[in-house]
Design a protein around this ligand. Structure first.
Ligand code: NAP
Length: 311
């Protein structure tokens, strides 16, 4: 039984598509869920300029706008959204204990939708020039590169989508990819290859980001020949994948070797009463629609878990 307002039947960590979809379903099951947003309201999806593959939006929808719509819908049915980030959890006994930056909470069930963060290149200059030309988000920083020359690192969907977005501002964008074949889907590949502002530097990695106070160039190495060169640029946008935000649950929830939480097809983790959904538990699909679907499934299963307990 709830004894104080910070003891809830269901607590959801994360405000991306998985978290907000879970909140919607839990709220409609009258569980009055509490959702802690984490630092990135709306999750990674909110940093995407346009989402063209979320069903129901034939013209596409802004990432931040979709997040706001998700939140509004979840709140309409009784979700409480707190702008707080969990920094410690104790899953050893129920109710689970969650310590946030702004408060302490207890929860009968927990849904982990903490998502993932961009992988860094880990080359000299990357950290020191972050925000001075180095970026992991074109939607956030693209406008600073009006009439400038930038490079994008990576060959996946994110790299190409963000590159296409950058064509609004930059005069030219060179995509630096470590192989001679892109990983991205065919439609994005065609759009990028056909775009007059976009060029490709194949079989190449960035070994250093150079500049005094701001990015001025990158040092490159050809992966085939080993040849090194310097390429002048005003910005370096890095899109080389993601790592799950699951450090909080180390030694408490079973994870794979990359840190993704192991959840079964009912979204159950290794701890009864704890469910996981979205990119924190999904190295495979990582789409807004699949994350939202997993969030809904986790909430349905958590609801059943509580119902089974109450008889
Ligand atoms: P991703 O598909 O894993 O691609 C990462 C890219 O970065 C790959 O091209 C990889 O090269 C390269 N890379 C990795 N580590 C590197 C390193 N240390 N140095 C240089 N290059 C490196 O990641 P993503 O593009 O972020 O996409 C993640 C998931 O989200 C995917 O499933 C994707 O389909 C999905 N997504 C979908 C959309 C959409 O449908 N509109 C948009 C964005 C993302 P290799 O190719 O050589 O491995």
């Amino acid at each position: 039984m709830a004894t104080n307002e910070n003891h809830v039947k269901m607590l959801i960590l994360g405000s991306g598509p998985a978290g907000l979809a879970a909140a919607l379903y839990a709220a409609r099951a009258e569980l009055a869920p509490l959702l802690l947003t984490g630092a990135q309201l709306g999750g990674q999806a909110a940093l995407t300029y346009t989402i063209e593959n979320y069903p129901g939006f034939p013209e596409g929808v802004g990432g931040a706008q979709l997040g706001e719509l998700f939140q509004k819908q979840a709140e309409r049915f009784g979700t409480r959204v707190e702008f707080d980030t969990a920094n410690k959890v104790d899953l050893s006994a129920r109710p689970f204990k969650i310590q946030g930056d702004a408060g302490a909470y207890e929860a009968d069930t927990l849904i982990v939708t903490t998502g993932a963060d961009p992988v860094h290149l880990n080359v000299p200059g990357e950290d020191t020039l972050l925000g001075r030309g180095v970026s992991y988000c074109a939607t956030c920083d693209g406008a600073f590169f009006k009439d400038k020359k930038v490079v994008v690192v990576g060959g996946g969907d994110s790299a190409l989508e963000e590159t296409l977005f950058l064509t609004r501002y930059a005069t030219s964008i060179a995509i630096i990819h470590r192989r001679d074949e892109l990983r991205a889907g065919a439609i994005l590949q065609k759009r990028a290859k056909d775009h007059p502002k976009i060029s490709f530097i194949w079989n190449t990695v960035v070994t250093e980001i150079l500049g005094t106070g701001k990015v001025e160039s990158v040092r490159l190495k050809n992966t085939q020949t080993g040849e090194e060169s310097t390429f002048e640029t005003d910005g370096v946008f890095i899109f080389i994948g993601h790592t799950p935000n699951t450090q909080l649950f180390e030694e408490q929830l079973k994870m794979d070797s990359h840190g993704y939480i192991e959840a079964d097809m009912l979204m159950r983790t290794s701890v009864p009463g704890v469910f996981a959904a979205g990119e924190a538990a999904d190295p495979h699909f990582r789409q807004v629609v699949t994350s939202a679907g997993m969030g809904a499934a986790a909430a349905i299963q958590a609801t059943r878990f509580l119902e089974a307990e109450s008889g």
